[in-house]
Design a protein around this ligand. Structure first.
Ligand code: SAH
Length: 470
């Protein structure tokens, strides 16, 4: 860097210009934006200069510059369109102690004038060391387009409000407040109701931020159930009613999202199966970030949040950030699915335990105690098992499971488009292939629909939901 950019204090101080033509006028257009006292020396000033003098914008001395004329000037411009005259006046000004610029003579100048984007008090100066004025102009045009013309106005009003904003704690809270003002509330106020609306908007904004500051954020980890809004708990409904932010999963149905508070910010954090852990990290960050800003966050998860919901990672994130949390349980897919086939998860003399399995975990297919599962009378609810049916089937048969063991697949449990596929272990894979499942599906190993049992169906049978009024 051959030139160091600084902003020079010129208010109430002297700036002297030598020259009476267009070059001097061009510099004056910039200089007159400042609060400096500008004096121009010109033996033959152009009419525009006379006008500026008449308007009291400049002091015009109608003669060539002489010794002592640039005394006490902070900066001096030689703008005579005459090399010899420029050299002469520059020498005089230097000896008077001024910082000298000779227009279009980088070599002999003590400073250069940058291209300026003026959103006073926000000022952007662009310099290219004189190498590429075209580039400087292009950057200037680009910035002018990008920085709203109201920015200066907002900054001026904002500057006077700095003291009041100190009611907010320093750092992030205060930065959030100002960012909201400059980029959202401020421009909106000017656009909709003009300049007068800015101050009241600023007052309201501060009140809002102070209130949010006083409010402690909180996270509810809520079970949304299997899809039917009537299967939500009352507690879940209340939480949705109070939420500032709802971060929901892909499987949460629109009918349930409808129940959230109107003003709540709705964020879709949907993840597909076999997803990476990065997405979960992003979700954790999002939950914590909103809570730290004072929001009541409802983390809405399908079914029950404690079942294959990666709940612990979210709790961990809350704990680390010092955010309070609670779990609101929901009806898990297995409960809704087993209800739809008129069966119990456990039954005296059949199975005294039931396993909840996942077809895949984060690394791929999930391994289980296949040998134990292969025993007669075992019941397992398999989550996320669509893509892994062949794997599960193979493992169980390999460990001696009876190929005729009943298997029931329930797609979209509790929803209007619910489907029930009744099959056997040996037929599981072709059944799933033929059914072209598109919704979430839960597979019961060791359970058949009650009425299908009664009918002794041993073949694959697709039952519509309404066929089950037993
Ligand atoms: N926490 C959820 C499970 C999340 S894992 C719960 O307790 O239900 C997602 C898996 O749940 C899906 O792949 C599917 O196997 C199952 N699932 C969720 N909703 C379902 C529904 N309405 N019908 C059938 N299976 C469902």
């Amino acid at each position: 860097m051959q030139h160091f950019p600084v902003f020079l204090a010129v208010a109430g101080r002297r700036i002297v210009v030598s020259g009476g033509g267009e070059t001097a006028l061009a510099k004056l257009r910039l200089l007159l934006k400042t609060e400096a006292h500008v004096t121009v020396f010109a033996a033959a000033p152009e009419a525009d200069l006379e006008r500026l003098a008449a308007d009291g914008k400049i002091r015009l001395v109608r003669r060539a510059l002489d010794h002592g004329d640039a005394l006490c000037a902070v900066i001096f411009y030689a703008a005579n369109d005459d090399e010899a005259e420029d050299r002469r006046v520059a020498k005089l000004a230097r000896s008077d102690g001024a910082l000298v610029n000779i227009v279009d003579n980088l070599q002999d100048s003590a400073f250069i004038t940058p291209a300026i984007v003026d959103r006073d008090p926000v000022v952007v100066a662009i310099g290219t060391e004189g190498a590429a004025p075209v580039l400087a102009r292009a950057i200037k045009a680009d910035l002018e387009e990008r920085l709203p013309t109201t920015l200066g106005l907002l900054a001026r009003i904002g500057k006077a409000f700095r003291h009041a904003a100190e009611a907010l704690p320093m750092g992030r809270k205060r930065r959030d407040f100002w960012a909201d003002y400059y980029f959202t509330s401020g421009p909106e106020a000017v656009e909709q109701h003009g300049v007068e609306a800015v101050q009241p908007a600023l007052d309201r904004l501060l009140a809002r931020h102070l209130q949010a500051e006083a409010k402690q954020g909180h996270v509810d980890l809520v079970g949304a159930g299997p899809g039917d809004p009537d299967l939500l708990t009352l507690k879940a409904r209340k939480a949705l009613d109070q939420a500032d932010v709802v971060i929901y999963d892909r499987l949460v149905t629109p009918a349930i999202l409808e129940l959230a508070r109107r003003e709540a910010l709705m964020i879709n954090a949907g993840k597909e199966g076999f997803g990476t852990s990065t997405a979960q990290d992003d979700i954790n960050d999002m939950i914590v970030e909103h809570a730290l800003r004072g929001a009541h966050v409802v983390r809405l998860k399908s079914g029950d949040p404690t079942v294959f919901g990666r709940l612990d990672e979210e709790i961990e994130a809350c704990e680390t950030a010092g955010v309070t949390w609670r779990i609101i349980p929901g009806i898990t897919a297995a409960s809704a699915a087993v209800a739809s086939i008129g069966q119990s998860l456990t039954k005296r003399d059949r199975n005294s335990s039931v396993r909840f399995l996942t077809g895949h975990d984060m690394t791929g297919f999930a391994e289980h105690d296949w040998k134990a599962l292969a025993r007669t009378g075992e019941v397992a609810a398999i989550y996320m098992g669509k893509k892994t049916a062949r794997f599960i089937q193979g493992r169980l048969l390999m460990h001696g499971a009876d190929p005729a063991t009943p298997v029931t697949v329930i797609e979209n449990a509790s929803r209007p488009d619910q489907r029930i596929l009744s099959t056997t272990l040996s037929q599981l894979e072709p059944t799933l292939t033929n059914a072209h499942l598109t919704g979430p599906a839960l597979t019961f190993y060791g359970l058949a629909p009650r009425h299908a049992l009664a009918l002794s169906l041993d073949q694959t049978d697709v039952l519509p939901a309404e066929g089950l009024s037993l």
